[in-house]
Design a binder for this molecule. Sequence first.
Ligand code: AMP
Length: 396
Amino acid sequence: MKVLVINCGSSSLKYQLIDSETESVLAKGLCERIGIDGRLTHKPTGKDKVEIETAMPNHTAAVSLVLKELTDEKNGVIKSLDEIGAVGHRVVHGGEKFASSTILTDEVLKQVEECNDLAPLHNPANLIGINACKELMPNVPMVGVFDTAFHQTMPKEAYLYGLPYEYYEKYGIRRYGFHGTSHSFVSKRVAEILGKDPKDLKVVVCHLGNGSSVCAVDGGKSVDTSMGLTPLEGVPMGTRSGSLDPAIIEFIAEKENLSLHEVMNVLNKKSGVEGISGISSDFRDLEKAAEEGDERAYAAQKCFSYAVAKYVGAYAAAMGGVDVVAFTAGVGENDSVIRAMVGEYLGFLGIKIDPEKNNCRGVERVISTDDSTALAMIVPTNEELAIARETVALLK
Ligand code: AMP
């Protein structure tokens, strides 16, 4: 079956057409500036990349253009839309309603909409993408794959905050966690690589990218994760602050004469490693600057690595040990400096990073020394493939 995977943001839409039998990508691309002007970058496998600037007044127009390119005589990869057997949609927040992927019936879409409060920037955009696809492909089954679903196995002690319990009951304020599709994919892949049953493994997945989260996967199930009610909690990220003393919010508001909304904007968009370094949210820029002697760039790298290592330590306590620490996503897969810095703290787990094995980018491999008693690994994530797999599994 050919599965179209859609990841829809407020003004962008990423897609991949995947052949589920061979698990190969037939085409992928990105619509940007939807509702502003519109630009489509389409890459059919084995053919040249196409860039098209054309009006995309809304998401329906964007999806329509994607479908046209997929079936185009020159740039296309399928003859007709009938070849698309299903559409898998990334949905950011499923609240407590969704512990697994679901076929997107009208009833389910209403429930997804009820989660909008919890992810006001993401869920409405996801819904717009789903409705645009439904309109243009009314007979094709649609499946929702939730970033939060994998973490619904967390025990109460991991997901409750130290707040009045009625806020949890009335408003659903609790830890949900994100990047679930990636944490699930990577932890399963670790078991496959090692030839073990996921039930027999304690894995800490470090999904380190623009947004970063760490997850404790015990016996194949998420038992704790660093992101919370929103993707702002946890380690400092590209521009997000990560966890901090909540009193800081009022303090900054008073000192800088900012509204609550403005302070939240600082925490989301001007903090993290960019805030600390004053240079960039991109770890490649930090590495270059640190090499040239910039102390704040180095401090940003160290703060990030230290925070990641502290979560690994916390999750070793939560699971009563760790068999594998797996690095994934843009930074985790590519940044050997950050992996080495995190590794410096992991001796207590019996993990020592081998500098030679660690000197690589984007490959699947063990990077701890042969005499380490637990493993450090790089396992590239593939959220689109995970969504396609979930979609096919559900429809079967
Ligand atoms: P993601 O959010 O998973 O797409 O990760 C994107 C981030 O990965 C970028 O912002 C960079 O900070 C980081 N990244 C990508 N390539 C490299 C690299 N070669 N070395 C270090 N960091 C990288």
